[in-house]
Design a protein around this ligand. Sequence first.
Ligand code: ZN
Length: 489
Amino acid sequence: MQPSKRVFIASIATETNTFSPMRTDLQDFHDSFYAPPGTHPATPTLCSAVYTAARAGAVELGWEIIEGTASWAEPGGVVNQSTWDFLRDQLLEELAAAGPVDIVLLGLHGAMVAQDTIDCEGELLALVRAQVATNAIIGVTFDPHSHLSHRRVENADLITVFKEFPHTDFVETAEDLVRLAAAAAAGETRPEISTFDCRMIEIFPTSREPMRGFVDRVRRMEGKGDVLSISVIHGFMAGDVPDLGAKVIVITDGAKRAGDAMAARLGKELFGLRGRTRPEFLGLDEGLDRACAAKAGPVVIADVWDNPGGGVPGDSTTLLRAMLARGMHNVALASIWDPIAVRTCFSAGEGACLRLRFGAKMAEGCGEPLDADVIVRRTRRSAVQSFGASIVPIGDAAWIEVGGIDVILNSVRSQVFSPDIFSNMGIDPEKKSVLAVKSTNHFHGAFAPMAADILYLSIDGPYPNDPATNRYTRLTRDIWPKVKNPHET
Ligand SMILES: [Zn+2]
């Protein structure tokens, strides 16, 4: 019987769109999710599933768990430097106060950029490494929409990444990390991380081929021979950082050369899928033509780029204006972020009719604010939606009716994950002909079972959606599609 392992867990997560007009500070973490030591709920959030996974494994593994703070801010703009300094130092102080530990497990997103710190997670992992015993195991979970720097790989023993996009496997990813860390700390395995730089940036939904098959095959390779774990970093095209792009991670049990070869093989295979992984993106008119012509509903139309989950404000009115101009009806849209308009709706009260200005206040390219006669159908304090086992706040929210279209206005930014964003406000999504959602693909898992059809609309806005022309200033290497074949140069 081995002595019980002392395990420190913590989570700091957000995704930074360096092109966004938003800025992210401590209040944004408090608005989305902030759990001081010992207060993390029994349900996991996307990046803090290490808490529930480690707690669940503690008895079986004989772990003594010391919890640090867990925090998450909705993706936004560059993080205020003092906010990052505070969160980082707080974690390091909590780690120091924990005393000697055998294992550190961190739930990070991996695409956080602060004003003067380009690689927040790399800095954090290096500082954690410097603070713990040389034989302590450091494990981290990342979101695939992140950047993998050498500094992170150098300072972590284990990295697991959500394999699915939508990230339906965030709990499983944390459970994998717990299992791998337990084996490594017990001396049963000697993890070695191999990586391959695919030198590309693309969107890789796993809800469709060819990524579906790629991920299924990767899963079958895990646990065979010396292969402990395989992950794919998709990259995040709205983060201007040197490490932007897709990378493959293979963790072997002491078989670095074989791991390097496998990472290269899988990475080149992924590179071979470039340009073929994203769903068909329709233009605004084409998409609405198809939605209007549909024989059955609800047709789900995704405004893929005005996705607050990608760090933009999420207050574009372009899609809503186009639907109003067509006189579309029996349509619901979630959501337009406008805390001031929400406040006004609360003041007016349920049932009130008023002239309201809403939307398009935060960025160029979001259209113009709408000035319209609206009816306030419902108001809700601290409204939420679900994302798998996770509960996601959207803040105080109002359901307004404008020109026959039901629109949810929210005050805490969030992309749409689940139809319950509608039903929690009193709108029955099943009865609608068209459901318009602001999300790139995370909506897919929960909406697909009820959707008659799903259409992806590419509407230009503040999101830097074309990596070939995005103005990257920090890239230090060639990537596709900026160059045709970066592996030849
Ligand atoms: Zn992601």
